[in-house]
Ligand binder design. Structure first.
Ligand SMILES: Cc1cc2nc3c(=O)[nH]c(=O)nc-3n(C[C@H](O)[C@H](O)[C@H](O)COP(=O)(O)OP(=O)(O)OC[C@H]3O[C@@H](n4cnc5c(N)ncnc54)[C@H](O)[C@@H]3O)c2cc1C
Length: 427
């Protein structure tokens, strides 16, 4: 059987399946959508016209030739489902309303809207809707750091540390780097081993980065505005004054959610979820994962991918058996980090223990998973596959054959003609 006929057979078999709307095409949404592509009618709604590989973005910001690796089209992601470029403004019980007024119904809705805030500049959730805008922003950082004599990084988590490492490696950047953190150690998070914290601090110090521990920046800069700031003088909790030509705010991520939604939130604004990853206190067709959800995992793409793999199985069961389905509890994933300091340095905490720069470089530092993500996004040859004329746009109609429209009319219990009149077409 040829590839075309097997695609047609899968399309046919999907005609009777449920419509799963995933809001947010970041690491979690993409992984979930791809896993469910042959098992449900997937509608991935994403506000940007590109997947932003923020894991690679710190290198993209200081090395212009790497920047394009961080902006990946959605065009090859799904074979059967649809990627719709739209911003979900309101989530109702069976319907999502987009900011442009379009309404999309669903059988199952998954919120994967991610994070912003402290490191907004590098997240999928900043204001850069098009890939070109994102590349322009990365270039602004490059121009800023190559002109700077001093750089201050606020934040001692993975983003702050990796930013320092990329600056150390960047050709044309000669700036003296200072990193300030309110913690007593770098990577000051529950479950992180002292050995990892010390290895990272030693390597940065040896390469000339000044580390300031236990100091909070109190004024002089808008700490709610993440990313790169121009020349500033900041004032710390102990009365220190630090001036730098460029300042990066790289403090903790904050969840992002649609403007109106039925979700219950914890005190940090994350969606409360049950162990099944169903949203707490809502109708049973709502699920959430990743940085917008209080799953108990460390907030990173690695843990988000484990949640997506688990959730995909639960959603298949839910689609087959409805609210009475027995769903498996997500048990969490052990704390794991790989924190490169440039291409060759850094350290990691893996299930096998704390590893040094050789493993860190081979596993992540060399390429920052960019090629792998291009492959995961459907470009078999990595980024090379996109350079032969693939457009940087979403595939809006890959469900073809009106399958999505049919499912929508079944959910809303209206005929397809009325559906088109009242809700408009997806094309
Ligand atoms: C610089 C940097 C480096 C990092 N490095 C690593 C690393 O090496 N390893 C690692 O595991 N993690 C890393 N992380 C963390 C990782 O990026 C996040 O944990 C991960 O992105 C969370 O994935 P997510 O899918 O939950 O959310 P996101 O990746 O934030 O994706 C959310 C998506 O939802 C979309 N969206 C939001 N609201 C709406 C809406 N209303 N309608 C439609 N679309 C919407 C956004 O546009 C976005 O694309 C890094 C983070 C940063 C900032």
């Amino acid at each position: 059987m040829g590839c075309g006929s097997s695609t047609a057979a899968t399309n046919k078999s999907l005609e009777s399946k449920k419509l799963v709307m995933i809001i947010g095409g970041g690491y979690c949404g993409v992984k979930l959508a791809k896993t469910l592509d042959t098992k449900a009618n997937v509608l991935l709604v994403e506000k940007k016209d590109h997947f932003f590989h923020c894991i690679g973005s710190l290198r993209g910001a200081v090395q212009p030739d790497f920047a394009a690796s961080c902006v990946v089209p959605y065009s090859n992601l799904l074979t059967h489902g649809t990627v719709l470029q739209a911003t979900v403004q309101e989530v109702q019980e069976r319907l999502a309303i987009m900011s442009d007024g379009r309404k999309m119904p669903f059988d199952v809705c998954v919120c994967a809207t991610g994070f912003s805030g402290g490191s907004a500049f590098w997240s999928g959730n900043d204001a850069a809707i098009t890939g070109d805008e994102k590349l322009e922003k990365l270039k602004e950082v490059h121009d800023g750091v190559t002109a700077a004599k001093t750089v201050l990084i606020i934040g001692g988590g993975a983003v702050g540390i990796e930013m320092a490492g990329e600056l150390l490696d960047a050709s044309g950047c000669e700036a003296k780097i200072t990193l300030i953190t309110s913690g007593d150690k770098l990577m000051n998070l529950p479950g992180v081993q002292a050995k990892l914290q010390d290895k990272l601090a030693d390597q940065l110090t040896k390469r000339g980065v000044e580390l300031i521990f236990g100091e909070r920046v109190e004024s002089g800069i808008d700490m709610t505005n993440g990313g790169m700031h121009p020349a500033s003088t900041v004032y710390t909790s102990s009365g220190k004054t630090i001036s730098a030509d460029v300042v990066f705010v790289a403090t903790g991520p904050k969840p992002v959610l649609p403007e109106k939604h039925p979700f219950k939130l914890n005190d940090q604004g994350r969606i409360l979820v049950e162990k099944t990853l169903q949203c707490s206190g809502t109708a049973s067709q709502f699920f959430a994962l990743g940085d917008c959800a209080a799953t108990g995992d460390v907030l990173n793409a690695y843990h988000g991918a484990a949640q997506a793999a688990h959730l995909a199985k639960n959603i298949v069961k839910f689609c087959e058996n409805g609210p009475s389905a027995t769903l498996a509890p997500y048990k969490g994933t052990g704390v794991a980090f790989i924190v490169p300091i440039g291409k060759k340095g850094g350290a990691g905490q893996l299930p096998i223990g704390v590893v040094g720069s050789t493993i860190t470089s081979a596993a992540k530092g060399k390429g920052l998973f960019a090629d792998q993500f291009w492959k995961d996004m459907g470009f078999k040859e990595g980024r090379k596959g996109a350079e032969s004329g693939v457009l940087r746009t979403s595939s809006r109609d890959s469900m073809g054959s009106g399958r999505l429209q049919k499912r929508m009319s079944a959910i809303l219990d209206v005929d397809e003609k009325t559906l088109l009149e009242e809700y408009g077409s997806l094309d």
